[in-house]
Ligand binder design. Sequence first.
Ligand code: BEZ
Length: 240
Amino acid sequence: MEPSNAQNPAGMPLIGAKAPSFKAVTTQGEINFPDQYAGSWVILFSHPADFTPVCTSEFMTFASMEEDFAKLNCKLVGLSVDGLYSHIAWLRTIKEKITYKGMKNVEVKFPLIEDITMEVAHKYGMMQPGESSTKAVRAVFVIDPKGIIRTILYYPLSLGRNFDEIMRIVIGLQTADAFSIATPADWRPGDDVIVPTAGSCGVAKERMDSKADMTCHDWFFCTKKLDKEKVMAAIQKPKK
Ligand code: BEZ
């Protein structure tokens, strides 16, 4: 299916749309998004404000997981509507002063966008006035190597994100792409996966009659084994 550029009436990009493009200043220099990330998965995420506790816990967690995301060919890009010098000061404080849940001396190496004008935040529906008109909500956009938005999460200001779930999303999307399957509730690598639903009466009958390599709970709901090793071998990229 062709990607659409459709946005919903609130101006938010939608799953399946091309990620809105922008150029921005970041803590790692200027970026040209998403063109510069073509060929990689990328997580674009917003946080409400620098020097705040929930955001600090999130940045330390994300930075500690950066290498694990890199193994999945997935890069991280953060954003808030603070300025560059605030970003730099906050990231220096995190590295030099903060110890949290066994994490210390944490260096945030991924780019953090300054967006004082809120231009990027508005493009991605990160400003949600019912929650705050001056701070971005906690948004997460998972974007594939072709620049297509594949998953969107929005969290309120008070709720820190679950980073294991963000990792599970990237692994799940990559597994679905690599094996042409879907993943059931709470799926993790090594769990059974869902075979595409039968598209004809003949295939539906075959599925129910055959004792092949799948388990059919009914004609429309068949699962099969997919080893964790096979999943990880297909999606993890060797370090260059
Ligand atoms: C925080 O990250 O702790 C936070 C930021 C904005 C509003 C509330 C909490």
